[in-house]
Design a protein around this ligand. Structure first.
Ligand code: NDP
Ligand code: HSE
Length: 450
C-alpha cells in the first residue's frame, strides 16, 4: 500500500526524498519579499527540520537590480531583473510570486506551473481574476498552488476554509479584510486625521497596494471576497462577480454621525449563501461596501490595520478570526507557511488539497439581495414633509425601523433606517428621494449589515 503524505496521497506525486534540497525562486523584493527573504535566513534551521530538507534560494527577481544589490537579504544570492529566466530553471522546485499586478505575474505563474514548479503567491488580484485558470494549470501539472497570504495576510483563513471546514457547510463569511481602509477609517474616527493623512500613513507603513486606489475603492477587498466565496461555497467566484463600493465617499460627517448613534463605519466584505423558504440554496452573493456596525459588535473594535473575519457554518456555528491583515512580516508568515507545505510535498510526495468548485452555485446579482439602509438627508421643515416621505417607502414596500429628525431653521436633518429589503428597491427609493422637491440633499446612504 502506498503511504499517505502529510497533505495528500503521494502515489501519483512522488517526492524528491528526505534531505534533498528544495530550490526556490523569489519574485519581488518589496514590502513582502524582503521580509520573506529575511525570515528564510533567520528561520532556516527550523524550516529544514519541519520540511526534512533545506530550502535553498536559487534567485531573487526584482525590476531594478541596482536598487537592491547591496541589501542584506540578498547578499550571496543570485539577483536578476529577468523573472522569466528564473521560473523555469531546472533547479527551482517552488516559485514564490510577490510582484503584484495581474498580467505579468499570470504569465510567470502559468510558466512556472507548466514547468512543474509549485507556486506560492500573495497576489489576491491575480487569484481573484484568474484563479480557475491557475488551479487548472496546477492540476494538469500535478503541483501545488498556495495563496494563504492573499487574504488577510497572517490570518489563516484560506487554510481554514480549505482544510478545517472542508466537512462543513459554510453559510456566511463576513468581515474586515483590508488593512489600509480599516486604518484610514479608524484614524479618521479616533484621531480626527484627514482621509489624505491617514492614507499617506498607511502607505508609509507598507499596508497599501502599489496603487492604493485598489484599497480605497474596495477592489482589494473584493478580490479577497471572491477568493473567500470560492473557497467557502465551492463555486468559482471572480472579482467581476463581486459588488464593490469603496470608502472614498465616506466623509468625516458620516463618521461623526455614526459615532453619535453608537455605531462605527467599517468596510465589510460579505459572502453569503442565499437560502429559500424550503432551506434550499438558491445561489450565493459576494459584496464589499462601507457598513454601519453597532459599537457592541466585535467588528466595531477592530482598529488600525487589523482584520477580522466571521465565518458561520452549519455544524461549527460562528467562528471569528482576528489578526494582522497587512504588512511585511505578517504577510511573510503566511507565505512561509505555504512554502513549508509546498516544500514538504516536494520532499515527501503528495499534493495539497486544491480548490473544488463542484457546487457551482449561481452568483446572484447584488440588486436581488436583501440589505438595510441608513439614509441621512436634509429636508424642508414643513408640515406634511415627513409623512410624504415615509409614504414613499411604504409604497415601495419598504418598512422603516427608525426615523429621527433634528430641526435647524427652515431645514431638518432626517435619518431614516430601513428594515431589510431588496437592494434594488432601496436603491430606487434613494433615487426618488434625490429628485424630491422637499429633499434638499441626500447626505449619505450607508448600509447596515442585514
Ligand atoms: P511592493 O510594491 O512593495 O514590491 C513589489 C516587488 O516586485 C518589488 O521588489 C519590485 O521590484 C518587484 N517587481 C515589480 N515588477 C517586477 C518585474 N517586472 N520583475 C521582477 N520584479 C518586479 O509590493 P508588496 O511587497 O507590498 O506586495 C507584493 C504582493 O503581495 C502583491 O501581490 C500584494 O497584493 C501582496 N500582498 C501585500 C501585502 C502587504 O501588506 N504589502 C499583504 C498581503 C498581500 P523593485 O523593488 O525593483 O521595483
Ligand atoms: N493592501 C492590503 C491591505 C494588503 O491593506 O489589506 C493586505 O492584503
Amino acid at each position: 500500500m502506498t503511504s499517505a503524505s502529510a497533505e495528500g496521497f503521494n502515489g501519483n506525486y512522488p517526492g524528491k526524498g528526505i534531505g534533498t534540497p528544495v530550490g526556490i525562486a523569489v519574485l519581488g523584493k518589496g514590502t513582502v519579499g524582503t521580509e520573506v527573504l529575511r525570515l528564510l535566513g533567520e528561520f532556516s534551521d527550523n524550516l529544514e527540520q519541519r520540511i526534512s530538507s533545506p530550502i535553498e534560494v536559487r534567485g531573487v527577481a526584482v525590476s531594478d537590480v541596482e536598487k537592491h544589490k547591496d541589501a542584506p537579504e540578498v547578499q550571496g544570492l543570485y539577483l536578476t531583473g529577468d523573472a522569466r529566466e528564473l521560473v523555469t530553471r531546472d533547479d527551482v522546485d517552488i516559485v514564490v510570486e510577490l510582484i503584484g499586478g495581474i498580467d505579468y505575474p499570470r504569465e510567470l505563474v502559468l510558466e512556472a506551473l507548466g514547468a512543474g514548479k509549485s507556486v506560492v503567491t500573495a497576489n489576491k488580484a491575480l487569484v481573484a481574476a484568474h484563479g480557475s485558470e491557475l488551479a487548472d494549470a496546477a492540476n494538469a501539472a500535478g503541483v501545488d498552488l498556495y495563496y494563504e497570504a492573499a487574504v488577510a495576510a497572517a490570518i489563516p483563513v484560506v487554510g481554514m476554509l480549505r482544510r478545517s471546514l472542508a466537512g462543513d457547510q459554510v453559510q456566511r463569511i463576513s468581515g474586515i479584510v483590508n488593512g489600509t481602509t480599516n486604518f484610514i477609517l479608524d484614524a479618521m474616527a479616533s484621531t480626527g486625521a484627514s482621509y489624505e493623512e491617514a492614507l499617506a500613513e498607511a502607505t508609509r507603513l507598507g499596508y497599501a497596494e502599489a496603487d492604493p486606489t485598489a484599497d480605497v475603492e474596495g477592489h482589494d477587498a473584493a478580490s479577497k471576497a471572491a477568493i473567500l466565496a470560492s473557497m467557502g461555497f465551492h463555486t468559482r467566484v471572480t472579482f467581476d462577480d463581486v459588488y464593490c463600493e469603496g470608502i472614498t465617499h465616506v466623509t468625516s460627517d458620516d463618521i461623526e454621525a455614526a459615532k453619535q448613534s453608537d455605531q462605527t463605519i467599517k468596510l465589510l466584505a460579505i459572502c453569503e449563501r442565499l437560502i429559500d423558504a424550503e432551506g434550499n440554496t438558491t445561489g450565493i452573493n459576494a459584496r464589499v461596501h462601507p457598513t454601519l456596525v453597532p459599537n457592541e459588535h466585535p467588528l466595531a473594535s477592530v482598529d488600525k490595520s487589523y482584520n477580522a473575519i466571521f465565518v458561520e457554518a452549519e455544524a461549527a456555528g460562528r467562528l471569528m478570526f482576528y489578526g494582522n491583515g497587512a504588512g511585511g512580516a505578517p504577510t511573510a508568515s503566511a507565505v512561509l507557511g505555504d512554502l513549508v507545505g509546498a516544500a514538504r510535498n516536494k520532499v515527501h510526495g503528495g499534493r495539497a488539497p486544491a480548490e473544488n468548485p463542484y457546487a457551482d452555485y449561481p452568483v446572484v446579482p447584488f440588486g436581488e439581495v436583501t440589505t438595510r439602509y441608513h439614509i441621512n438627508m436634509t429636508v424642508n421643515d414643513r408640515v406634511g414633509v415627513l409623512a410624504n416621505l415615509t409614504k414613499r417607502f411604504a409604497a415601495a414596500g419598504i418598512s422603516l425601523s427608525a426615523v429621527r429628525q433634528e430641526v435647524s431653521g427652515d431645514e431638518a436633518h432626517l435619518i431614516v433606517v430601513t428594515h431589510a429589503a431588496r437592494e434594488q428597491d432601496l436603491h430606487a427609493i434613494v433615487d426618488q428621494l434625490t429628485g424630491h422637491d422637499d429633499v434638499l440633499s441626500v447626505n449619505s446612504v450607508i448600509r447596515l449589515d442585514a
